[in-house]
Design a protein around this ligand. Sequence first.
Ligand code: M6R
Length: 598
Amino acid sequence: MCGIVGYIGKKEKKSLIINGLKELEYRGYDSAGLAVLKDEELSFFKAVGKLNNLANKCENFESNGLGLAIGHTRWATHGKPNEINAHPHLGQYSCVIHNGIIENYKELKEKLEKEGVSFLSQTDTEVIVALFEHYAKNLEAWQAFEKCVHELRGAFAILLISKKDKEKIFFAKNAAPLIVGKNAQNELFFSSGDAPLIGHCEDVIYLEDLSFGYASKDELTIYENNKLKTPVFTKLPQDKSYAQKDGFRFFMEKEIYEQSRVLSEVLMGRVEGGEIVFDELKDENLKELSEITLCACGTSYHAALASAYLFERVAKVKTKVEIASEFRYKDALITPNSLFIVISQSGETADTLEALKIAKQKGAKTFAICNVDNSSIVRLAHLSILTRAGIEKGVASTKAFASQMLTLWAISLYIAKEKGFDIHEHLQALLHTPNVVVVSPTLHERIRRLSKRYLDGHGFFFIGRDVFYPLALEGALKLKELSYLHAEGYASGEMKHGPIALADSKLYTIALMPQHLLYEKVKSNVEELIARDSTLLCISALDFDLSDDLIKINPQKHYMNEFFEMMLVLQLLALEISIRLGNDVDMPRNLAKSVTVE
Ligand code: M6R
């Protein structure tokens, strides 16, 4: 995700900003930029790709002496990763950097366009500086900024500098992190994470949501919820690796905890006035679609399997699912008027890329559901929809899976709506999903304590029905990737056709028992296993006295909300078992994050 740094002081600003951005590199980015305001001069530089490209662009630039500087690494959400869309975004005499998404940017843009303002980029960010300068025509810079911030909806961490008031950095924060730091030399720093601040300042303020204000060499003014707040600094922890993981033990753990925010970002701008909106799909005629083929590998394949139930049930489109490595060699038939959708976190998986090439050659219309803009898969597909999970460092996919699932579910609702079906209940559940994946300390602690009972045995079966069957496959994959224990996922109705032969007290069965989908059916399957003495760990919102262990999820109104909460439980279970076994959670043996070989 994007990174932000800012500085007020006398030190050489270009290197300070680039070094700060380097500390945020691990979050992933596709372009970068910086701006320096000193005396009357506003200088700015932008580059696509790595920070070295930015450093090369401003090789001959140096800025010493008192001034302001801001810098940004961008992970594309609105508009391609190119120099025009990179931050800072410029007005006539001001510039801005921003993390997050301005949900109402289109209406603001239209309003400003009517006033004669023209825009260069496809980003939501550019409206911020345009709106600021629009108000600054008749107001002082601070008043104009305040008025501008009050009109923004969505998630944002913003730094803005302007020649209209060349001593101040204006800032705002809502639902995206922003920290202010200071040191004994009276220098002020801004950052979206701790890491760039370590070594530069000792005291910080983690700004709260709905905060905005300005900072200069001698003054820091913060408003929170429109009330003036006395700045209270706390000590900054000085461990960098701890800072990059935001205090979590592993990146995977951090990524599990990030899921609620990520899912909110997935939905941003995609549900408006009770309607599903996909700008990417507006020119597609999906009403007449006869068939969808979903194709992927690993976890992305599980997202394909689970969403296939939704494409058929909700959007009423015949849907097939293919493992990419199988599809490549099966000489598959492509039906006219069918859609071929590949799903990939990295966008570089060799098998998925090849399957996409084949489907395209055979004349299929192709879509990519992908987390990495400009990746090979995104470039090749006719159309792509980004999953907005941000960089995922843990090899085992967690937030990427969650974002794929939510995106695919939303697309199925979009198609259903196009076809005139009632999607009201699903839409309510979709909007509720970010709340469902908030990790409660009680849940995590319960799973941590339970995990000690599941460290041996001769195998794990994860069982479920319907969408919970692919979720069972995903739970088993997470456990085997991280713990190296043998685990399989099964459709619970299939157990009696063979696998039940393995049942005994050392066979651990993890049963997904949603209240709102086939509960009684799964219960019968579970009872069959209990009768054969298998050790049962049930995950359900309902009590179930016969199970050996029960992880209770919150009562939900919709089975898809149960799906996401159970996903969280399975991720935490795999994490905690693997930590107890002393394994490297972020880099399990024999695995690579991006599988670019066949
Ligand atoms: O980048 P992709 O989504 O195309 O990757 C597909 C699989 O390699 C990936 O999901 C893999 O199974 C992960 N290790 C799962 O945690």
